[in-house]
Design a binder for this molecule. Structure first.
Ligand code: ATP
Ligand code: MN
Ligand code: MN
Length: 657
């Protein structure tokens, strides 16, 4: 590169220096083109430096510790030169712009290649990746450096699908590791920092038991992460899930195990990902090497000197077999098929399908009967008590990264003053089912008014929404718009329908609806969860397994905690969409309804809801927000949606407290 080195070629503090890597760049020498990744601690850009494409990593520096870390990482990077390590080509180590410039590798990285493109490497491709990665780590360990964050998303691929190790954000000299206290480690924001859940879980699954136990890292912790990563390469499966797609795996990981549970299982029960089978083409020698790499006792794990030697032998054996075994290409360097970059399908996957409009379109296309209110109103006595409604809602994704709750408010349905409907859908394994239902369910409910009683219409609307969603998902799968075959999104659902003085509440799953009558909470729905004996027996007799896993009763392979839902087509018919419906005659004693997803009920009891609303300005939107905020403050880990419906006017005196 024709970049000039300006002397003194050192960082502003003087701690980083290099003979070959320029550490100051005139702003005119580079152009940032577009961000390609946002990590927990940095943004990575595609950029041009001196006419060549490079990757610029711009760390987020908010504290002086972050700045120390930048210098430490730079010192380290300046010393590295190995074909298996993403090369630092320049840096800018002066305020205000701190940046690393790396050799550029076209996306996807190894994680994206496996889980978005669903790459199934042949065994020689796996071996080639394993050898080069092992050599890079051998080189680092000989320099006395431990990487501490070996995982597929930190492995970049070149055109020949050769791996280059990146991300030295957690790397340390082995001699300094004893001094790296847990406190230090936490302040680096990773892996214990709670703000970036996805990365945290992502890193957690590659961590050796001794790290999870908060003992000292050694270079053998890298060996463990290497073993987990190579097994992932062979199976194509995200560790501890049965899924190929990373995006859904996080949700499933959460459902199967929380972080603490996974940690406990890895540490105490020796839990490991499912080892690749013979169908992967892996020789038994490779499988045994992987098992030794992830041995619970770090001293039993091989060193990278051993690993490089063993992989060499495995490759040679493969060479000798080549006459009889057509799977092996001639040499380990000529990697079977050419890399194919399917940028467009990758993008389609990331953009996804808009399930709200899918739901809406379904209703438009379905040619449903015209709504008619005769049947509903027939059951209504015009002289009976007539509640006067006001309503509000509040929804927040809370500590989660994604929002999978949806809801609808349909007051004064058909422009009738005395018919109203409200509903909440709490999605799992993605938001698709909840988004679809939020639009399709109200459509079905309205159409059913001309043919069914209010409770019949509610019941049918649950069933029809479920069937429609599953059909739509199936169709999208067949037309290849959904590329993950093993993705089975679902949602729980709660709906309230008020016709005159009658209140109907239909529920499937663990959303809950309560009625405050004369100052006391009355629960109008039952939680359908596997810990409920009646539900468990129903599910088992419908042919699905219910097992005690870690901390709770869970249904099927997907380990679902709820026993009724819309969607979840891998668990149908046992996890039914049939709601249970209650009917209540309203009177002047009835003050308000509260409907909410389990994000509220997990941390706030029915009685507490009543006492919180007592101290809140009597405005339904404010009450909803106050409840959701309270749940978030109490540490609810989930999305939270609350709908509050007042059933009688609040006097001005009463309004404030
Ligand atoms: N040299 C490069 N060429 C192309 N893409 C790169 C390069 N370096 C990093 N990336 C992309 O940016 C992503 C994040 O980079 P990196 O892991 O270094 O950042 P980070 O902030 O430490 O992320 P993490 O959240 O994993 O700690 C990588 O997973 C990779 O997809
Ligand atoms: Mn990374
Ligand atoms: Mn990092």
């Amino acid at each position: 590169m024709g970049l000039e080195i300006v002397e003194p070629n050192a960082c502003i503090r003087g701690c980083c220096s290099s003979n070959s890597i320029p550490l100051h760049l005139p702003p005119s020498s580079y152009t940032l083109l577009k961000p390609i990744a946002r990590g927990a601690e940095s943004v990575v850009y595609e950029a041009i430096l001196d006419g060549k494409k490079v990757a610029v990593k711009k760390p987020i520096l908010s504290t002086s510790e972050d700045l120390d870390k930048f210098h430490k990482e730079l010192q380290l990077l300046c010393k590295l030169d190995h074909p298996g390590i993403a090369k630092l080509v320049a840096a800018h180590a002066k305020p205000p712009n701190y940046m690393y410039f790396f050799e550029f590798f076209e996306p996807p990285n190894l994680s994206e290649k496996l889980h978005m493109e669903e790459w199934s490497p042949i065994i020689n491709q796996v071996l080639a990746v394993a050898v080069q990665l092992a050599k890079a780590l051998q080189y680092l360990h000989h320099l006395g450096i431990v990487h501490r964050d070996v995982k597929p998303s930190n492995i970049l691929l070149d055109e020949d699908l050769y791996p280059h190790l990146a991300d030295f954000g957690l790397a340390e000299y082995k001699k300094d590791l004893k001094g790296v206290s847990i406190g230090n480690w936490r302040s680096s924001g990773k892996p214990t920092g709670g703000f970036h859940k996805k990365n945290m879980v992502g890193t957690l699954i590659y961590m050796a038991p001794e790290i999870l136990k908060k003992e000292i890292h050694t270079e053998k912790s890298d060996v463990y992460s290497f073993g987990i990563s190579i097994n992932e390469l062979l199976t194509g499966v995200v560790p501890y899930t049965d899924l190929r797609a990373e995006a859904q795996a996080h949700t499933v990981l959460e459902m199967n195990y929380t972080e603490q549970q996974l940690t406990a299982a890895v540490v105490s029960d020796g839990l490991r990902p499912v080892l690749a089978g013979p169908e992967s083409g892996a020789p038994s020698t490779l499988l045994s090497l992987i098992e030794r790499c992830w041995d619970a006792n770090s001293q039993n794990r091989p060193s990278f000197d051993d690993i490089v030697a063993e992989l060499g032998t495995i490759l040679e054996q493969g060479e000798n077999m080549k006459e009889s075994d057509i799977v092996f290409p001639k040499s380990s360097n000529s990697l079977g098929d050419q890399p194919v970059y399917v940028a467009s399908s990758l993008q389609a996957y990331q953009e996804g399908i808009n399930w709200f409009s899918q739901g809406e379109n379904f209703i438009t296309r379905a040619c449903l009967p015209k709504p008619g209110t005769a049947i509903w109103l027939a059951s209504n006595d015009p002289l009976a008590y007539n509640p006067i409604l006001s309503w509000g809602s509040f929804a927040t994704c809370g500590r989660r990264e994604t929002m999978e709750d949806t809801h609808f408010l349909l007051p004064q349905m058909f422009h009738q003053g005395d018919i109203h409907a409200f509903g909440i859908f709490d999605g799992h394994r993605g938001a698709a089912a909840a988004e679809f239902s939020a639009r399709a369910f109200p459509g079905f409910l309205q159409a059913l008014s001309s043919t069914s009683s209010p409770s019949g219409a509610l019941f049918e609307a649950f069933i029809k929404t479920d069937i429609a969603f599953r059909a739509e998902l199936d169709f999208s799968r067949k037309s290849k718009r959904v590329i993950q075959k093993d993705w089975h999104p679902g949602c729980t659902a709660a709906a309230a329908l008020i016709v005159g003085n009658k209140l109907f509440v239909a529920n499937a799953g663990d959303c809950r609806t309560i009625l405050c009558r004369a100052g006391h909470p009355f629960v109008l729905s039952k939680d359908h969860v596997a810990s409920c004996l009646e539900e468990r027996e129903r599910v088992i007799s419908a042919g699905e397994q219910v097992r005690w896993q870690v901390d709770n009763w869970r249904v099927g392979l997907a380990a679902l905690q709820v026993t009724r839902s819309i969607g979840d087509d891998d668990l149908k018919p046992a996890v039914t969409a049939e709601p249970e419906i209650t009917e209540t005659i309203l009177s002047a004693e009835d003050e308000y309804l509260v409907m909410a997803s389990d994000g509220l009920w997990d941390v706030v009891s029915n009685a507490e809801v009543v006492s919180i609303i007592k101290d809140t300005v009597k405005e339904p939107g404010m009450c909803s927000k106050r409840l959701a905020t309270e749940a978030a403050e109490r540490g609810s880990k989930d999305n939270i949606t609350v709908i509050v419906v007042f059933l009688r006017p609040v006097s001005t005196a009463e309004r404030i407290y």
